[in-house]
Write a protein that binds this ligand. Structure first.
Ligand code: GDD
Length: 370
């Protein structure tokens, strides 16, 4: 058994894509095989009590300072691992040389792409990757970003996935009941968006597209999530004649019910800052499709990897006019409703965390054994 220590700034119960990825993978690994060292966040005591493996919490943020190195040294020495795993690569991976233990890195996308534009950080990133046993990339997109920096890097792709027990389709009667619960009028077409509300995720494109399809009667837009874009989106929604429901942050159960009730999931993610900021993968696209709901998505970073080709639709330009046209075609074509089972089955086959966690464990073993 390979013993390793995961050193990360991003672990549950903090909310976010990286935290969810690590949480799903690590809750399925042999709890004897690893120790997590991470930050202190609200609610962590309760979370740690229920987590099967040991977690050490240090300060609010792990930065590569001598003080952090001193704090890390004790628990690492006590655990005596074969491997350290750093997530993200910078800044915390920069402590790598302090421990004289082989290390691996996890890459998600933005934390590799953005520093790569800053000369000092770029050099740090490259050296950290070059000195590692290899990189586990959470998708083909971060793998490509790492390859651009260090072409000879050893990379294993373990994409984000879903827990098939929770993200699954439901039968028609349950679906009808969920639609009665969540919709103002269950006869309408439920257009769903779920994500943190930040510009890259494109909720604004959806609302602008809705203004362009006034002629389609019977749409109901539901937006789940919160973030700094919320006020701007509220204003945009005022121009939309179809009902728009902002749920804010919902708990997991409610979010999944909406995925199951929805007719179409729309995630018009886009690049920002001339392509410096991109979407790493788009886990929400997988979550919706795992519940049977077909998706219309924007192309940014790794989003195409998450789309079920048989039911989903990629936006080419990603502007509101194109989204309006695609949405109209989908609603008209009666494609909605049919094929839910196949959409869900595709996601389970390719992105089941039970399988992905095993792949992650094998990747660590391969990296240690060279
Ligand atoms: N319960 C609940 N309620 N969950 C939410 C809410 C909410 O209001 N808003 C977002 N989430 C969940 C999503 O369902 C998903 O599981 C997770 O938070 C991440 O969602 P995003 O907001 O879309 O992504 P991110 O930017 O934090 O995540 C990054 O890492 C992911 C994993 O590698 C991005 O790079 C993603 O593209 C990537 O998939």
């Amino acid at each position: 058994m390979i013993r390793h220590v995961l050193v990360t700034n991003d672990f549950l119960p903090k909310v976010g894509g990286i935290q969810a990825y690590l949480g799903e993978i690590y809750s399925r690994l042999d709890p004897q095989s690893f120790l997590v060292i991470t930050t202190r966040v609200p609610g962590c005591e309760e979370f740690d009590r229920d987590f099967p493996a040991p977690i050490v919490r240090l300060g609010k943020r792990l930065l590569p300072t001598p003080a952090t190195v001193r704090e890390l040294a004790g628990p690492i020495a006590e655990f005596s691992p074969d491997l350290l795993v750093y997530d993200p690569i910078v800044p915390i991976g920069v402590t790598r040389d302090a421990f004289k233990i082989p290390y691996a890195l996890i890459a998600h996308g933005a934390e590799v792409r953005v520093p790569a534009y800053l000369p000092g950080l770029r050099a740090q990133l490259r050296r950290t990757i070059q000195g590692s046993r290899g990189v586990i990339a959470a998708g083909g997109y971060p793998a490509e970003e790492v390859r651009k920096l260090v072409p000879e890097a050893r990379i294993v792709v373990v994409p984000p996935g879903i827990d098939p027990e929770r993200f699954c389709e439901v039968d028609e009667s349950r679906r009808a009941s969920l639609r009665r619960t969540w919709m103002q009028d269950p006869e309408r077409t439920l257009v769903l968006f779920v994500s943190r509300l930040v510009p890259r995720k494109g909720a604004d494109t959806l609302l602008r597209a809705m203004v362009g399809i006034e002629s389609i009667q019977g749409l109901e837009v539901h937006v789940v999530g919160d973030g700094r874009d919320r006020r701007r989106l509220d204003r945009l929604a005022m121009a939309v004649s179809s009902p728009v429901v902002f749920h804010g942050r919902l708990d997991e159960e409610a979010k999944i019910e909406l995925y199951q009730a929805a007719d179409v999931f729309v995630f018009p993610a886009r690049d920002r800052w001339l392509g410096v900021e991109q979407e790493g993968f788009g886990i929400v696209i997988l979550e919706a499709q795992a519940c049977g709901t077909p998706a219309i998505i924007g192309v940014s970073g790794g989003t195409p990897e998450a789309l079920v080709p048989s039911s989903g639709q990629l936006l080419r330009r990603g502007d509101p006019a194109e989204l309006a046209a695609v949405l109209r075609t989908m609603v008209d074509s009666a494609r909605l409703g049919s094929g839910r089972r196949a959409t869900s089955a595709y996601v389970r086959e390719h992105f089941d965390y039970d399988q992905l966690s095993k792949a992650y464990g094998s990747a660590l073993r391969a990296l240690v054994n060279g």
